[in-house]
Design a protein around this ligand. Sequence first.
Ligand code: FAD
Ligand code: UDP
Length: 378
Amino acid sequence: MDLLIVGSGFFGLTIAERAAAAGRKVTVIDRRHHIGGNAYSANEPETGIEVHQYGAHLFHTSNPTVWEYVNRFTDFTSYVHRVYTTHKGVVFPLPINLGTINQFFQAAYTPDQAKALVHELAGEFDAKDAANLEEKGIALIGRPLYEAFIRDYTAKQWQTDPKDLPAEVISRLPVRYTYDNRYFNDTWEGLPVDGYTAWLERMADHPNIEVKLSTDYFDEAQPLNKKATVGQVPVVYTGPVDRYFDYAEGELSWRTLDFEQEVLPIGDFQGTSVMNYADADVPYTRIHEFKHFHPERADRYPTDKTVVVREYSRFATRADEPYYPVNTADDRSGLLAYRELAKGESEVYFGGRLGTYQYLDMHMAIGSALSMWNNQLA
Ligand code: FAD
Ligand code: UDP
């Protein structure tokens, strides 16, 4: 074995694939019973509808190197992601755009009129100086739209008052003065034609790659554990960085999600793939209806059944799946301390979402793995 990779998510598999193509012998271990990390999907048995097992995953990128690379393993459908939100029993388009603004104010504003109105409503804060998410949200769209679509959704999603969240969180969400309601701004987007798992399996399909599932790196009863391998073989580690050091510098905080899945005896529940729920009196943040991710599979999917998944958000304990880094000030100083410890590890490379404590979209995880391969490992 020339290289041991801990974690078979997109980061680990990209390194494995590149190393195998360069003639290296690679072993990938994962504590889960399947490959693919959080991008893993499986067909719901009763309906055959593909369900992303760790929450809906939409592929999008503007990086030509990543786009060329991923197309070696899968074709993509022409799916374009659009999200709607329900507020006080009425459905509005997201991200906030001219359609949302006109529907909310029961008006027919032109782009310039809408900009002037929002400018007037947003006057109490300046986006450049916003000290927290609430101030940034109000500075971007004004208090009425902020309170309707952002405040309670964000409080549900982060279980934290938006006044205590960093302003950057909201920067992910664009505000548009046109009727364009594409959720992503990227050059390319789509879903893997034959599903995420087929794509992930193709990345691992090489005689130089051995995959061992249900194998935990910290389990000393299995031979490829931390004690037995560090210093003996180069290791790419994509698990949680605080776990690697046995939480020596404290635990980094994460949000986790609970998914409540149901098969319903109807053809169409909500007419779209993702419906957000903006109000505080609805306990979940959104409902995913998975058949709508693949309209091109209409002839294969049942017309009288559908799969819906309600998503609930909360703080993670050690026993939960870590999904989103919370990134408090304590987390940021903890992370710096772990980075110092990481420098002292002989030939251990920390990567991916958990290994770097960073929210990475799939294209970012793949892009950073390609860089690590080219710059440090090749
Ligand atoms: P992961 O996929 O988390 O893989 C890490 C692997 O390491 C896991 O399989 C884990 O089991 C394994 N591991 C951990 N500890 C150990 C251990 N001790 N021993 C052995 N194995 C171990 N990205 C998008 O581009 N679009 C989206 O729409 C999108 N939606 C998302 C929705 C949710 C709810 C979440 C959580 C993420 C979403 N992402 C999305 C991000 C995407 O999941 C990540 O970019 C991708 O998973 C990163 O891959 P990774 O390899 O870094 O981590
Ligand atoms: N957001 C919101 N209302 C919505 C959708 C998003 O307030 O209906 C805010 C919320 O603070 C969220 C951020 O915008 O954390 C980023 O949203 P995104 O949809 O990118 O979150 P993700 O899909 O990663 O959970």
